[in-house]
Design a protein around this ligand. Structure first.
Ligand SMILES: Nc1ncnc2c1ncn2[C@@H]1O[C@H](COP(=O)(O)OP(=O)(O)OP(=O)(O)O)[C@@H](O)[C@H]1O
Length: 223
């Protein structure tokens, strides 16, 4: 299993009202290709902070993040953007789909950014959305979709460019229990089919049990 992500001694502090809070205090995590890792921890333990650092969305951290063999700290803004676009996919608690674009267009767009032709991108988007049970919803706008359907489109978008690593922050946190179960099962199935790795932050132990490995944030470290 080749290494997709290697985080070592990751630290991150914030200053709040003059006081320093050390949220991450030396996090180590290695994820191999195709591995699905649940990131558990109560609210406020730093799961989002960790995913933002690994997602190259935020600087200001200490330690090392190596993504597909590339040390992120050595990359400038352009290199980070390229890595983010080519290697990563994101799913958030709220779908963040573009409201004026249809489901299929939301999955096409990230592929056009990477230089795919419209024809290739459409074929890929239709196939992904079809396997997420949305073949009859391709031309619906996000506002015309249910919460579960919106999250399925967000999953399709995250996987559109076959990322090496998918990062998900409470991807079903906004759904009722039954819908959350269905969406997480589809998400995991598709991630496996694509051969992507994933780190999925959740409070939900039951959903986490469906993943390959569980890690817990506690006092700023993983256990
Ligand atoms: N930009 C920021 N400025 C100051 N403090 C921050 C900032 N971002 C996060 N924090 C603090 O860092 C801590 C961890 O927050 P984070 O959102 O990473 O936790 P979490 O485990 O993802 O929580 P939840 O499960 O509720 O989303 C919290 O105490 C939060 O207030």
């Amino acid at each position: 299993m080749s290494e997709v992500l290697a985080v070592s001694a990751l630290s991150r502090s914030f200053t709040q009202g003059g006081a320093q809070i050390d949220v991450l205090r030396g996090v180590d995590l290695t994820v191999g290709s195709g591995e699905i890792v649940a990131l558990l921890g109560p609210s406020g333990t730093g799961k989002s902070t960790m995913l933002q650092a690994v997602g190259l969305l935020e600087g200001g951290y200490g330690g090392s993040i190596r993504l597909c063999g590339i040390e992120v700290a050595n990359e400038g803004n352009e290199g980070r953007t390229k890595l983010r676009r080519e290697k990563l996919g994101f799913v958030y608690q709220f779908h963040h789909l573009l409201p004026d674009f249809s489901a299929v267009e939301n999955v096409i767009l990230p592929q056009l950014i990477l230089g795919k032709t419209l024809e290739e991108a459409r074929a890929r988007a239709e196939s992904l959305l079809g396997s997420l049970g949305l073949a009859q919803r391709l031309d619906h706008k996000p506002s015309q979709l249910s919460g579960g359907e919106q999250q399925r489109v967000a999953v399709g978008r995250a996987l559109a460019n076959r990322p090496a690593l998918v990062l998900a922050d409470e991807p079903t946190g906004n759904l009722d229990e039954r819908t959350a179960d269905i969406v997480i099962d589809e998400f995991i199935r598709l991630v496996r089919e694509q051969g992507s790795a994933a780190v999925i932050a959740t409070h939900n132990e039951r959903l986490a049990a469906r993943m390959d490995r569980l890690v817990r944030l506690h006092d700023g470290k993983l256990e």
